[in-house]
Design a protein around this ligand. Structure first.
Ligand code: NDP
Length: 248
């Protein structure tokens, strides 16, 4: 028996990358895991793969987290299918990089709507049940870009910095009900999101990482699992950088 046995965990995204690694980590511990993505077929296929890989229970849902009604419906379905949500991991995120002068308003909005409003939608939708249960864990995946900025990513940096402020405010609202809200800020992690970077940029990033390697989804999943677990029960409003020292 693990501390996550029979607990319900909702991870936004989860069809690939960091979210998928988080889903596998919780499924291995016996949790009932829900993942979501923008297309039903992809989400269901990923859930089946993770379940087969881990021997755990994983269900995939189609949801665009930027839509508040869609998120409300997701939380209702997850609760009905798997039981009340104990852990929420706000992981789903996108980039639409470009210099500010050339950034289209829709590229600004898409990133804010998914990366920041998406987390708001999910936290709001799960918080009522968590308050009733007087327990819960919310882990928001920000980025070191939200801490130190990055030219070409004003939209992404604003969303990720916003997520940190949002998490600290929400942590204060929920702390007395034994619900913790924490942030994981990954550095440079090997996923589809970073695979599109130029060779030159990747080499430059690697050189700046004191540990001289790119992080993995599993590196982030370990931090998420820690913050969701009993060993972190007195930690709330914290930002845990998992970046091989990149943002020092
Ligand atoms: P990927 O691009 O590999 O995966 C993104 C995930 O988000 C996919 O599962 C995708 O599902 C889902 N997703 C995107 N938009 C939506 C949406 N509107 N509704 C529902 N699901 C959505 O990204 P990573 O795994 O690299 O990143 C995960 C998180 O970690 C992001 O928040 C990212 O900003 C953050 N991060 C990543 C870093 C890195 O170096 N990779 C560094 C710092 C932070 P689908 O496509 O199936 O819809």
């Amino acid at each position: 028996m693990s501390e996550f046995s029979d607990k319900t965990v909702l991870i936004t995204g989860g069809t690939r990358g960091i979210g998928r690694a988080c889903a596998a980590a919780f499924a291995r511990e016996g949790a009932r895991v829900a993942i979501c993505g923008r297309t039903a077929a992809t989400a269901q296929a990923a859930a089946e793969e993770i379940a087969a890989e881990t021997g755990g229970k994983v269900v995939g849902f189609e949801t665009d987290i930027a839509s508040s009604p869609a998120v409300d419906a997701l939380v209702k379905s997850v609760t009905e299918t798997l039981g009340p949500i104990y852990v929420l991991v706000n992981n789903a995120g996108i980039t639409r990089d470009g210099l500010l002068m050339r950034m289209k308003p829709e590229d600004w909005s898409a990133v804010i709507d998914t990366n920041l409003t998406g987390a708001f939608n999910c936290c709001r939708a799960v918080s009522r049940d968590m308050l009733k249960q007087k327990t819960g864990r919310i882990i928001n995946i920000s980025s070191i870009i939200g801490i130190r900025g990055q030219g070409g990513q004003t939209n992404y940096a604003a969303a990720k910095a916003g997520l940190i402020g949002f998490s600290k405010a929400l942590a204060q609202e929920l702390a007395s009900r034994n619900i913790t809200v924490n942030v994981v800020a990954p550095g440079y992690i090997d996923t589809d999101m970073t695979a599109v970077l130029s060779e030159e940029l990747r080499a430059g990033l690697l050189e700046r990482i004191p540990m001289r390697r790119q992080g993995t989804g599993e590196d982030i999943a370990a931090a998420v699992k820690f913050l969701a677990g009993a060993d972190a029960s007195y930690i709330t409003g914290a930002v845990l950088q998992v970046d091989g020292g990149l943002a020092m």
